[in-house]
Design a protein around this ligand. Sequence first.
Ligand code: ADE
Length: 238
Amino acid sequence: MLDVKILTAYPEMFPGSLEHSLIGKALKENIFKISTIDLHQFGIDERMSIDDEPFGGGPGMVLRPDVVEKALNSIPKTHNIKSTKIYLTPSGAPLNQEKLGNLAKMEKITILCGRFEGVDQRAIDVLGFEEISIGDYVLAGGEIAAQVLLEGCIRLIPGVLGHPKSLLEESFSNNLLEYPHYTRPKSWEDSLGKKHDVPEVLTSGHHGNIKTWRHNKSVEKTKNIRPDLFNKKEKKQD
Ligand code: ADE
């Protein structure tokens, strides 16, 4: 069972989205468990502060390293020793499907959710957190990012998805975006009376042609909207 511990100033945000749909089912079936550690319990002084002003000036507040350490040390050692430690921050290494695949093989994950301007760098370095970003944009904190990372990871654990075969063809396997999908009706008449037909090849029953069509669509789409991904694919094949 994957055991996830979350260090956060907003424990009430969990399990949040992870309680629903297929991931929620996996939670109920004990394929993973999730518990939160409230950073406020480890605050200092009579106000139980967890943050302070940045040295060198600048806007916002920074999460104190001593608070992070105390919170981390409240987790049993048996968890900490084996656990992958992740700090979610927009200045981290970009999350990708390969990384999610590696995380899905882990037994223990500890996630530190940042708020404010960030976390004192000493806590990250000394306590061994890996900095990960879920994209080139800034959220108000790491809690939603943690749920994104966990959903992406948990769905890759064997037994979580109903159709494990679909994992082989989905976006980012092979550095390609997935081909487009179509379902009934075969000919859809929109509210303006215009007809839109499903590409003929998909209803032909010819598996070889369908496979080729889908591959070509994947390549075309990746080239158009993710040239960076397409170049990566080309490089890998050189
Ligand atoms: N916290 C705020 N923005 C974030 C991002 N893009 N990725 C991870 N954590 C974040």
